[in-house]
Ligand binder design. Structure first.
Ligand code: SAM
Length: 277
């Protein structure tokens, strides 16, 4: 069989299993399995594949057909300027979280060595992106998941970025004062879980998804370590209630920013210890 025939077969196989963007995923998996650039799938379209090449590709496509996230199969995923290692130890970083980082960087503009805390760091995406784009920042990151922290540390080491990682329930035990605290806490209602895509529901860590009141708790608890901005990613239906909760708790400069799809997802507020409620 030629490369072109295998590519078409893989795309059809994934489409039959309702994989979103089946053709694109087939291209990415074949390119990775064959060690090619995507463009080479087309320049080598008529080349027959060896048995070993077909075996390598078949296993990757089979996994995707079982609705395993593409990022877990590839083992890496782009997030802003970084390529992060990704596997089932942590949530796959999402494009809306890149918008959260954008807000953080805008709020940090002008500070030479801001102290930044990322709560619930997962792969380390937020902490590592902030550190790479503001090298002067002193960045700490927490997670309650030992597995996620292990992956985040591997990412930091692989990228040569210095971030202090701590195992903590939100900010419990965290000391010092931060100019900015960022968090993308779990925000899916347990009742919503069954309706999610299999990639999320069946593969990503439940502890990274299901809301157990972390956002509500963080608004209150973070005030012990914050003298500056809290920047949160929230459920698309909860931006205005989160903004209202921040205002009620004494945060100022409360602002909601939409993600790239126009959904209100990022909520921020400024906490000044001396003037807070
Ligand atoms: C939605 S994921 C976000 C991961 C990463 N920050 C990102 O944006 O891709 C939420 C993360 O918060 C962590 N988490 C959940 N509850 C926590 C808690 N009480 N304290 C600290 N981390 C928590 C989970 O283990 C998970 O890594």
């Amino acid at each position: 069989m030629t490369l072109g025939e295998v590519l078409r077969g893989a795309a059809d196989y994934l489409a039959a299993r309702a994989v979103p963007s089946a053709r694109l995923d087939a291209e990415l998996l074949l390119a990775r399995g064959l060690g090619l650039e995507r463009i080479e799938l087309y320049t080598q379209h008529d080349r027959p594949l060896t048995g070993a090449e077909r075996d390598a590709v078949r296993e990757l496509v089979r996994r995707r057909g079982a609705r395993e996230p593409l990022a877990y199969i590839l083992g890496d995923w782009d997030f802003r300027r970084l390529t992060l290692k990704t596997d089932p130890r942590a949530l796959v970083p999402r494009p809306e979280t890149e918008v959260l980082v954008e807000r953080c960087l805008a709020l940090l503009d002008g500070s030479e060595a801001p102290r930044v805390l990322d709560v619930g760091t997962g792969t380390g995406a937020i902490a590592l992106a902030v550190k790479s784009e503001r090298p002067g920042a002193v960045v700490t990151a927490t997670d309650r998941s030992v597995d996620a922290l292990e992956l985040a540390r591997e990412n930091a080491a692989g990228l040569g970025l210095e971030v202090a990682f701590l195992e903590a329930d939100l900010v419990d035990g965290v000391t010092g004062t931060f100019d900015l605290v960022a968090s993308n806490p779990p925000y899916v209602d347990a009742a919503e879980l069954d309706g999610l895509e299999p990639e999320v529901r069946d593969w990503e860590p439940r502890a990274a998804l299901v809301d157990e009141g972390q956002t509500r708790r963080l608004l209150a608890d973070v005030r012990t370590v914050l003298d500056g901005y809290l920047v949160l990613e929230v459920h698309e239906g909860r931006a205005s209630e989160t903004a209202a909760a921040l205002t009620a708790a004494g945060y100022r400069e409360v602002r909601v920013t939409p993600d790239l799809a126009g959904r209100d997802r990022i909520v921020e507020g400024r906490w000044t210890p001396s003037s807070g409620a």
